[in-house]
Ligand binder design. Structure first.
Ligand SMILES: [Ca+2]
Ligand SMILES: [Ca+2]
Ligand SMILES: [Ca+2]
Length: 274
């Protein structure tokens, strides 16, 4: 057995061109860029621990009819707001909210240009999206009711997971593959992942589908370093470049998330393609 293990399979694994399993992919993001265009700061409440909004990786595993999508951040997922007043479905986290956009047809000008309401971002012509997956601590029926109120025109393009669970620094969502990607294999799709904060308090008029907003100055439950209007992205980290996780992607993200309050120009996002 030992001889077998040390010979043929090892030789194959050491070969430079060992192919990735079809349908599985990993998108990486550098650490330390949880500042949007470079200026964002966390809310001051102690719940918003350092690294909680620093995206590190997105792993997509093809499980046949389902996809298992795991999102990593640079802090342990926690559920500080679980209470009788703000009950969560027990997903194990309450701070973060992720929107994962896919471009399944790869055709310029085809698909949705605007991110969901509350994100304050658009997609470049060659990066328009067909579907978006929301991974949130909120129950699906909460999200569905919010979509009905705030995102009627796009709600049919939103996919909700069948299961969400957080453990350590990762949260995993299970989704029906055909719902998110149609017949497009995961490695042929364009991907963009926006890491925002879940806003459980839904009296805020401009937070779209329960996203925490970014202001000029941070507050107990507000990110700072943006603008008091709605031209600045309400997410603090996203993928950039080729999503290999290099430091160059911090600069690429900062450029992509630039906003211009005077010209009312929102950030324009690109998809990551393998
Ligand atoms: Ca990051
Ligand atoms: Ca703002
Ligand atoms: Ca990033």
């Amino acid at each position: 057995m030992r001889a077998f293990v040390s010979s043929l399979p090892v030789a194959l694994f050491l070969g430079a061109a060992w192919p990735a399993l079809a349908g599985n992919l990993t998108l990486n993001d550098p650490k330390g860029d949880d500042n949007g265009p470079g200026s964002y700061t966390y809310p001051t409440d102690a719940a918003y621990k350092k690294g909680s909004f620093d995206l590190t990786e997105v792993e997509v595993k093809d499980k046949g009819t389902e996809l298992e999508i795991t999102i990593g951040v640079n802090a342990t997922f926690e559920d500080p707001w679980e209470s009788a007043k703000w009950p969560t479905p027990g997903n194990g986290f309450s701070l973060q909210m992720v929107q994962l956009y896919v471009d399944t047809d790869g055709k310029a000008g085809s698909g949705e240009q605007h991110a969901l309401p509350g994100m304050n971002a658009t997609f470049a012509d060659d990066s328009r999206w067909e579907k978006v997956l929301i991974v949130s601590p909120q129950a699906n029926k909460e999200i569905a009711s919010r979509l009905e109120q705030k995102a009627k025109a796009q709600k049919d393009k939103v996919v909700l997971p069948t299961k969400v669970s957080a453990k350590g620094k990762k949260v995993t969502a299970i989704v029906k593959k055909a719902d998110l990607l149609g017949a497009t294999p995961p490695e042929k799709a364009g991907w963009q992942v926006l890491l925002s904060s879940n806003e459980g308090y839904d009296k805020e008029p401009n937070n779209g589908v329960l996203a925490r907003i970014v202001n000029e100055f941070e507050g107990q439950h507000r990110f700072g370093g943006g603008d008091d209007g709605d031209v600045d992205a309400n997410f603090v980290d996203c993928l950039a470049g080729k999503a290999k996780g290099g430091d160059d992607e911090k600069a690429a993200q900062a450029t992509m998330l630039k906003f211009d309050a005077k010209a009312k120009k929102r950030p324009v996002l690109s998809m990551v393609r393998l």
